[in-house]
Ligand binder design. Structure first.
Ligand SMILES: [Zn+2]
Ligand SMILES: [Zn+2]
Length: 373
């Protein structure tokens, strides 16, 4: 790759709306000159990207997505250029011309950052109500047409180009690249799920984590960090049960039996209808079930309204997240608990962009495939 080019792995289809039974997904490595970019935009060299399960669903045709596109929404990188605002000599910089982190710290070339999966308009009614995650003009990292207005959004590329004002968080040196990448989807989503109840209710709470993928492991770590008294993790895989213990689960089980009634906060991350049912029935009086795993179409699940009403139980859903949750995810990963998660078992050996198509088609051995573009 030349110094002044961007190399992107473009997913060329077939998309989910293609006729059933068509050929497996195809990809094309495309090299182009570095783009021109506007004031406040950030050109970021991707140091590492992680493969979220939803990208596997996309290329398997189980999830609609714009195509062709550069996939990848978990990444960590280094700022290599910042779009300068044109100012007349002596003028103060235009507002927003000096890009900053979510916390307001100015960004500089060379900063190592993670970036939000969403780009919100910040002006629609939902954004103004604090739900930028559900912005009416939402654009998503790794879900934009390669021929559209934001071709360099996905992290399966040498570089991403972030719009002005995009939510980014600086990564502390103690957090290695691959764990940092995971903050952008799994990590921040978990923090948003925990934020469904006030922090004071997490202290001493009895927590159920249903499904121990990347989200489940981070949910266990985050709940333990927040002071949960007991964390029960459910996953059929013995290897994942082992990981759950090492992340801080006090008990693990292969099935959801035996949890009825004793749970204050149930985090449903498997997306399985049985998991959703079990998360609701597990709740004690006043408990909350947060559903975050049901991100693809599936059968409905019956609920017993009387169980909710008489027990003052709450069922809620979480999808995407707000900027503060990305901050929280990076803090979690930088904590002693986050740093000592069994990363060598969680992450596969790094692969290059050329190897990504095969890796997306294969059954993953690890919770996260790591790409070093
Ligand atoms: Zn994801
Ligand atoms: Zn908006």
């Amino acid at each position: 790759m030349g110094r002044d080019t961007v190399r992107s792995l473009v997913w060329t289809g077939p998309a989910a709306d293609a006729p059933a039974g068509t050929a497996p997904s195809t990809f094309e490595l495309v090299e182009r000159p570095l783009p021109d970019f506007g004031p406040g935009e950030l050109l970021v060299r991707v140091r590492a990207a992680a493969v979220c399960g939803s990208d596997r669903h996309t290329v398997q045709g189980r999830r609609p997505a714009p195509c062709p596109s550069v996939l990848g929404h978990e990444g960590v990188g280094e700022i290599t250029a910042i779009g300068a605002a044109p100012t007349a000599e002596g003028d103060p910089p235009m507002p927003g011309a000096v890009p900053s982190t979510v916390d307001g710290a100015p960004l500089r070339i060379g900063d190592r950052i993670v970036w939000s999966v969403i780009s919100a308009c910040r002006t629609c009614d939902r954004c103004c109500a604090g739900h930028t995650a559900k912005c009416r003009r939402l654009r998503k990292v790794g879900h934009e047409r390669f021929a559209g207005t934001w071709p360099l959004s996905g992290s399966y590329a040498s570089h991403v180009l972030l719009p002005a004002g995009h939510d980014v968080v600086r990564v502390p040196p103690a957090v290695a690249d691959a764990p940092a990448a995971v903050a952008a989807c799994a990590g921040a989503t978990v923090m948003a799920a925990l934020d469904s109840v006030p922090a004071s209710r997490l202290e001493g709470a009895r927590v159920l984590v249903s499904g121990v993928g990347m989200l489940g492991l981070l949910a266990i770590a985050a709940a333990a960090e927040a002071g949960a008294e007991r964390i029960h993790a459910v996953d059929p895989s013995p290897a994942r049960q082992d990981l759950a213990r090492r992340a801080g689960a006090s008990s693990v089980a292969a099935s959801r039996d035996g949890t009825d009634g004793g749970i204050d906060l149930a985090l449903e991350l498997s997306g399985a209808p049985a998991g959703v049912r079990a998360a609701v029935t597990a709740l004690d009086v006043g408990g909350t079930a947060v559903l975050a795993g049901s991100v693809f179409p599936g059968p409905g699940v019956e609920i017993d309204p009387e169980h909710l009403v008489r027990g003052r139980r709450t069922v809620t859903g979480v999808h995407n997240y707000e900027p503060e949750h990305l901050v929280g995810a990076v803090e979690l990963l930088g904590s002693a608990r986050g740093r000592t998660l069994p990363w060598s078992q969680i992450l596969g050996a790094p692969i290059g962009l050329e190897e990504v198509p095969d890796a997306l088609a294969a059954q993953p051995e690890h919770l996260r495939t790591v790409i070093v573009p």
